[in-house]
Design a binder for this molecule. Structure first.
Ligand SMILES: [Cu+2]
Length: 120
């Protein structure tokens, strides 16, 4: 299982590198459903991304990429815990999908990643 994480370097990131402590708490993904590389059955998928710190949900994005490359924005559920993004995806065709996430953590840093999964 491999999850790619890129950290956007903002001016405050320099401070972050100089002081790698509690002031540097950008959001790293801890676990996800579906997991990277997972195969899921059926055409409806409950999406849940768990991060190591609180995130700013209003400034975070979830995008589903279909097997044909079409992108669809998902609206994160408002009632999820402060360190999770949850969404529902329905009517998924069979094939190779990607879930792209971008989150803003409370320390002001943006992290992003891409979770590939198969709908069977
Ligand atoms: Cu940070």
């Amino acid at each position: 299982m491999r999850v790619f994480v890129r950290i956007a370097i903002l001016p405050s990131a320099i401070w972050c590198l100089a002081a790698p402590n509690a002031a540097c708490a950008h959001a790293i993904i801890v676990s996800s459903s579906p997991a990277a590389g997972a195969t899921v059955s059926g055409d409806a998928v409950a999406i849940s991304l768990h991060f190591n710190s609180r995130i700013d949900r209003a400034r975070s994005k979830l995008t589903l990429l279909a097997p044909n490359g079409a992108a669809q924005a998902l609206t994160p559920a408002a009632d999820a815990p402060a360190d999770e993004l949850k969404a529902e995806a329905a009517r998924l065709s069979s094939g190779a999908w990607h879930l792209r996430w971008q989150v803003l953590s409370v320390d002001g840093h943006i992290t992003r990643g891409d979770i590939p999964f198969i709908v069977h």
